[in-house]
Design a binder for this molecule. Sequence first.
Ligand code: PLP
Length: 440
Amino acid sequence: MSRVIHDNNISVETALLHAGYRHDPITKAVAVPIYQTTAYELDGDLSRIADIYNVKNDGFTYTRIINPTTRILEQRYAVIDGAVDALAVASGQAATFIALVNLCSGRPGDNIVVSKYLYGNSWNLLFNTFKRLGVEARSADPREPSSFEQQADNRTIAFFGEIFSNPCLIPLPLRELSDIGRRLGIPIVVDNTTTPLVCHPAKLGASITTYSATKYICGHGTTLGGLMTDNGTFDFDDSVRFPLFNGPDEAHGGILWREAVKQLDDLSRSPCLLKARMTWLRDTGAAISPFSSFQLIQGLETLHLRMQRHCENAVIVADFLQRHPKVRSVSYPGLFTGQDREITDELVDVHVGYGAMIMFELDSEAAGRTFIQNIKLMYHVSNVGDVRTLVTHPVSTTHTSVPKTQREAAGIFDGSIRLCIGIENVNDVIEDIKRGLDAV
Ligand code: PLP
């Protein structure tokens, strides 16, 4: 591709449109082409082709591992996120899984210290699936950052949390956790799904950031995808914690990842993502389709305009809810006070806003159900980050099977309602919320 921009100094709004691609080299097509191909012809010098397979040269081999459309998405998103490189995968869950499993040693003792406030399926991934794979998740409280340190040992491979937890919006004290992590030699992996562009975790010390691109990045509720970015700030040079970064990796013919990147050009910026791509992505098959990558590239082009509008609308809705007599309480980062406010001020770019997720409390489960049954405009779906306003009553849907004590400890009560404010005219959204509340 000619005149590819990798410059991390261009503004985010410009990078969303220009980074990583100018035009197709053959046809000069301005829109990113969809390379809907599984494989790439292995023509030319066979020793050069062997070098590609042996990670001694860049090149396209098979779409489960690398694809030109997806690679443009990755390069573009790396610039947007202020990272050295990115890896796109099939979904947000795949991004979280691969980001964390990639750091494991495969020996008993690996553990991850995890914020107790997490998106439900990430909680399951950590506390059930990883456990079955022999990796222990240890719960810590982001409101007590020292609890992360107390839970850590010399086999802790990461601290993990969400920037604003879904659905309770507990802010992650990222700067403080990064300081603790740096002192102990532990990387911070964060899920920034609820706030792309609102928060840049790289600037606050996160080592790796994951995204469900299914949400705001796609924006239109049409496409599953996940992204992980390496912020290039963590060396993984502790051979007790990260033996597979410091010795031969049998999963790829005894390769030394930090040496392998030195022979590459395109994939040279991140030994961590090279390892993830060439082993975990290759072996799990959690690849994104080229068409989905194209859809996500389309989504990126307008992400800053949409995020701005999502956030502007959310502030107005949160303010309305806070003053409504039937609403017990509202949780929205723009309304936080005290310690949560201090953390939030560090996390967010106020020029964009505070995100679009709001949690509010009604008096009872029945009140929550009545609210949902009387709205007409908003969609009752368990998704996040659509252009349309979405609403969920967790107790009736995502959390029906979670025991009450466990659910309440995670901040989800009988009358909790989660809103993800869209980009409609906000007056219409408020009218719909009024309709629901009037019926309660
Ligand atoms: N992380 C967060 C915070 C989410 O809200 C979600 C989905 O709702 C995911 C990860 C998983 O994303 P996906 O549905 O793309 O697998």
